[in-house]
Design a binder for this molecule. Sequence first.
Ligand code: AMP
Ligand code: ZN
Length: 128
Amino acid sequence: MKQENARASDGQKEDCIFCTIANGSTDAEVVYETDETIFFHDISPKASVHVVGITKMHVRSLTEAVEQNIELAAQLLKDITVVADKLGLTEGGYRVVTNVGSNAGQEVQHLHWHILGGERLGPLRCVI
Ligand code: AMP
Ligand code: ZN
C-alpha cells in the first residue's frame, strides 16, 4: 500500500478517494483532524458550510462501521459535534447526513457524514 504521509493509517484502500485524502496523497481543505478521523470541505458544497467527516480507516458505510467498529463510529459522531462547534454552527443549528447504499445515492464508498449549515436549510428531501 502506497503511503506518502504520516497521516496514513492502516486499513486504507488505494483506489478510494477518501482514503487518499486521509493519507494526504489527495489535497483537501482540512478543517479538523484526529488520529482516527478527518474533516474537510466538500468539493461541491450544497450549503454555505458543507464539510465531510470520515474515519481514516476505510469503512464502506455506516452499516459496516457499526458492525465492525462501533467505537470508531461513535468517535466520528463525537468529532462531528466538535467540528460543528469549531465552525460556529452549534448555536444556529446544522444538519448531519450520511448516505448508505444505492437508494440513498452514496457515491463515495467510504463512510462519510455531511455536515451542512451556515444558513437556513431547506426541507430534508433530496438534500445531497
Ligand atoms: P455521497 O453522495 O454521500 O457519497 O457524497 C460524496 C460527497 O463527496 C459529495 O458531496 C462530493 O462532492 C464529495 N467529494 C467527492 N470527492 C471529493 C473530494 N476530492 N474532496 C472533497 N469532497 C469530495
Ligand atoms: Zn476509503
